[in-house]
Design a protein around this ligand. Structure first.
Ligand code: GCO
Ligand code: MG
Length: 412
């Protein structure tokens, strides 16, 4: 029986915040109701895990006890408006985790997968893209070929830059790439945008030549270019016919993309560091982007993402959420359920996880024929392997910082 219309609704009885480290840090929220239903949420903010864990443990958790888990929107508004100090990555990730967990509970209560509660499927399978990198073109092509052989049709390509020692998204020896380093302080990298602009268009053109026209190629500039540099890169890549060019300029300046837009037809994607619909509004309403990349965890959960995607739908912008390894399999599940139920959802990033992460979060979502499927378990279809989540497994880990050759700190 559902609680709607019941005089005594189910209530949230237990709130647990787990900061675990099954090969990398994750912050997981577990809510348990009086009726014994468990909802899981992801609150991971890469490099700031303990801040969001404290926000949840010390401030949000106590407010959830005794609340009706079915009042998802009211809880969202309560946590958003009720704090007065609204927005920002830590607070919004905490709200996101609660919202994801409440939708999970709703699905389990209903005995339905989340996508069914979101209106049901609008597509049979969800497009995804994988990451390929290589310090040089031959090394990059090896990974591109491996993804194509595994059936993937869209590939993000990142390469090394001559003269630099470290480059975002790439390892020199082509081993597994993980942006955060386990250390007590961030690593420092030297970055040179001009060197990058000299080499990258040629590398990406080389990939296009190798794969032919049918493969979607994506590239992430990681917020490092000035508007005019970004315009130059967009124009240089026009002959390649990119699926998208991501995060060309720093995300807090929407006007920067107007200039880029005026100069190039290369599709633009941005939004992985956005936290609310208000961060997206100007870009979407002015049609300055083609894809909005907000992550379920970092932009206030399923409830808030649906609003962002609805705004985007009106303006012909498509959804393409962030999906690196620092977004946990719980968030990815939420994204995949949205992905099969939201009409203007274009593609889901799937960076993949170390094996231990798959073991730590057993999940019903899966890859089939180079596409993502949510599975049909009730709710999100993710559980926790308790043996791999110990409360105090946190390992200090930080994203790098970048400096220009003259020592000036710049965007990583
Ligand atoms: C992406 C992202 C990530 C980020 C990471 C930072 O497009 O997947 O840019 O690789 O760098 O999420 O924590
Ligand atoms: Mg990115």
């Amino acid at each position: 029986p559902g609680w709607i219309g019941r005089t005594v609704p189910d209530v949230i009885e237990r709130v647990e915040v787990l900061v675990s480290s099954p090969s990398r840090n994750y912050v997981t929220l577990r809510l348990t109701t009086r009726d014994g239903i468990v909802g899981l949420g992801d609150a991971t903010v890469n490099g700031r895990e303990l801040a969001v864990a404290s926000y949840l443990r010390d401030h949000v958790g106590p407010l959830l006890i005794g609340r009706d888990p079915g009042r998802i929107e009211d809880t969202w508004q309560y946590l958003y408006r009720g704090v007065y100090w609204r927005r920002g990555p830590i607070g919004m990730a905490a709200i996101g985790a609660v919202d994801i967990a409440l939708w999970d509970i709703l699905g389990k209560r209903a005995g339905q997968p989340l996508y069914a509660l979101l209106g049901g499927r609008v597509r049979d399978r969800l497009a995804t893209y994988r990451h390929a990198f290589g310090w040089d073109l031959p090394a990059l092509l090896e990974q591109v070929d491996a993804h194509r052989e595994a059936g993937f049709e869209n590939i993000r390509v990142q390469a090394g830059v001559p003269g630099l020692d470290v480059v975002y998204g790439v390892t020199k020896d082509n081993t597994v790439y993980e942006p955060a380093g386990r250390a007590a302080a961030p690593a420092e990298e030297i970055w040179d945008t001009e060197a990058y602009l000299r080499s990258m268009p040629g590398v990406i053109a080389g990939v296009r030549e190798h794969v032919g026209d049918a493969v979607g190629l994506l590239h992430d500039a990681h917020h490092r270019l000035t508007p005019i540099q970004a315009a130059r890169l967009g124009k240089a890549l026009e002959p390649v016919g990119m699926y998208w060019l991501e995060d060309v300029t720093p995300a807090e300046d929407p006007e920067a993309l107007r200039l880029v837009r005026q100069h190039t037809t290369t599709p633009l994607a941005i939004g992985e560091v956005f936290n609310t619909i208000w961060d997206c509004q100007q870009l979407i309403e002015n049609r300055l982007i083609d894809y909005i990349r907000v992550a379920v965890v970092h932009a206030g959960g399923i409830s808030h993402l649906r609003k962002i995607f609805a705004l985007a739908e009106v303006h012909g912008v498509r959804a393409a959420p962030h999906g690196p390894s620092d977004v946990s399999p719980i968030s990815l599940a939420a994204s995949i359920h949205l992905g099969v139920a939201v009409h203007n959802f274009a593609i889901q990033e799937y960076m993949g996880y170390p094996d231990l992460v798959h073991e730590a979060f057993p999940h019903a979502w899966h890859v089939a024929d180079g596409h993502l499927q949510p599975g049909d378990e009730p709710g999100l279809g993710v559980t926790l392997n308790d043996e791999l989540h110990h409360a105090d497994d946190y390992e200090p880990a930080y994203l790098p910082v970048a400096r220009r050759r003259d020592g000036t700190l710049t965007d990583w």
